[in-house]
Design a protein around this ligand. Structure first.
Ligand code: CS2
Length: 465
């Protein structure tokens, strides 16, 4: 079986391929975080622009955390396959827009200063924004911008992570580093020459598995060590605020708008929040995949009731969007077993995700003097998964560096009430709860721990209201 590489192009009939001469690509984009999501999303939009003939937008990838993707793609001339999957179809397309991947901060700094580079895009996950170290991405961006300032070259920096107002969040972090360097004049130069558009990104793209690689190999007739499998649906809403030239991503279906916030809010509070609801309750009930959790009528009804009563009423729905259609669409997408998404993948890094997806709705309900028993239940379910025991007694474990310490602490706590109080204090930034709320939440947590999701949901009578 041949390995995918440049020499195979042209000889393949069943697979989409670059329609341009790769040797003519210019490095117009630097992308930080070359994981599956980037390759199935932003790179896929850009590929269509390259196919239309505008070759200024080749991408240099940067992987600072691991060399795995680089090592897999280098022998393939940085070609990889995107498989779009649903019940009926499995379409393959080779993407040619990635020029190379670099791994060191030094190489990143060197790359960003290239005058052909106009855009930096990022998928560094929620926790990448909280990294304040000198080697964290915000600090490295500030350092790169200093180099660009010396050459007076503007730049557009686009966050593609699931954070509300992600552009502003990134700009704030970068500015904090720029301001620390007071004498350079960097922060005022950034204000005038660099833009940080916010974006809403959406395409379900699970981490690639060995089974995916095998399936692609069987269908394509070549070996690809780093393909990605994703759903057909894709959405990219970008704030139209560029300090530089840009690819005409709208030709590939992206929406350029003046205000992304309403789109981000709907996506985070509906899609991502429901993903997390199904992930935590699903993990406790023993489901490995989101499509299994959403097929459980109890969990599905619970998610729908949470949306209806505690999420939807607080959303500013973007003009022209039918929110009920959107919700129906999200549940259909979650049921797509051809793109199996692990509950554990969604659950991971909850310490960073909850404040983007669940807490804002909870906060809005509480601010309006309303109780939010379903969202409170979700928070309890999240803490239960950190305590590490599923309803049938089997262990649960997933990655969350931000919660590692509390996971150990939970194991040491005397009783369930104490467990809950410790987790709540350390994992949320809510004001201290009044006594009534504290009792209510601690009771919900205790019942969940003692009786499990099934009985607790029945007890709470969420479905009658
Ligand atoms: C998911 C998202 O893993 C997760 O936390 O909720 O990655 C989700 O699949 C994407 O945001 C969909 O666009």
């Amino acid at each position: 079986m041949p390995r995918l590489n440049q020499s195979l192009l042209g000889g393949l009939t069943e697979v989409g391929q670059p329609q341009y001469v790769r040797g003519n690509l210019q490095p117009g984009i630097v992308h930080i975080g070359t994981g599956a999501f980037h390759r199935a999303h932003q790179a896929w939009y850009t590929e269509q622009i390259l196919n239309s003939g505008d070759l200024r937008w080749g991408t240099v990838g940067v992987s600072l955390r691991s060399a795995t993707v680089r090592d897999a793609l280098e022998p393939q001339d940085y070609l990889y396959t995107v498989a779009t999957a649903d019940q009926d179809r499995f379409d393959l397309a080779i993407q040619g827009g990635l020029l190379r991947i670099v791994n060191s901060p030094e190489a990143l700094l060197q790359m960003v200063v290239d005058p052909q580079v106009q855009i930096v895009t990022l998928t560094i996950t929620e926790k990448g924004y909280a990294d304040e170290s000198r080697r964290g991405v915000p600090a490295l961006l500030a350092e790169s911008l200093l180099k660009r300032m010396h050459k007076n070259q503007p730049l557009t920096v686009i966050s593609c992570d699931n954070l509300s107002e992600n552009g502003r969040a990134l700009a704030d972090r970068v500015m904090a580093h720029a301001q620390a360097d007071r004498d350079s004049g960097l922060s005022s130069w950034i204000r005038d020459h660099v833009s940080f558009p916010s974006t809403m990104v959406d395409r379900i793209t699970p981490a690639t598995t060995a089974a995916d690689r095998q399936r692609i190999q069987d269908a394509a007739g070549y070996l690809d060590a780093a393909p990605v499998v994703c759903e057909r649906f894709s959405q990219w809403v970008i704030e139209d605020r560029f300090a530089t030239d840009r690819p005409q991503w709208e030709l590939a279906g992206a929406q350029l708008v003046s205000d992304v916030v309403p789109f981000e809010q709907v996506k985070l509070r509906v899609l991502n929040a429901t993903h997390s609801v199904l992930a935590y309750t699903g993990l406790l009930k023993g489901y490995e995949f989101i499509h299994d959790a959403v097929a459980d009528t109890q969990l599905r009804d619970f998610a729908l009731q949470t949306l209806e009563h505690e999420i939807k009423p607080n959303i500013d729905v973007p003009e022209g969007l039918d929110i009920d259609d959107y919700i129906r669409g999200v549940l259909i997408r979650f049921a797509n077993a051809a793109v199996p998404y692990k509950t554990m993948q969604v659950a991971s890094d909850g310490s960073q995700k909850m404040s983007q997806r669940i807490f804002p709705s909870l906060n809005d309900c509480w601010d309006r003097g309303l109780s939010a028993p379903r969202l409170e239940f979700v928070v309890c379910a999240w803490i239960r998964t950190l305590a590490g025991v599923a309803d049938d007694g089997s262990p649960i474990s997933y990655n969350d560096p931000g919660a590692d310490r509390i996971k150990n602490e939970l194991a040491k706590c005397e009783g369930l009430q104490e467990q809950f109080a410790a987790a709540w204090r350390q994992l949320t930034s809510f004001d201290p709860l009044d006594e009534v709320m504290q009792t209510r939440l601690a009771e919900c947590y205790t019942r969940l721990a003692q009786k499990g999701v099934n009985a607790s949901l029945r007890h709470e009578r969420f479905f009658d209201r």
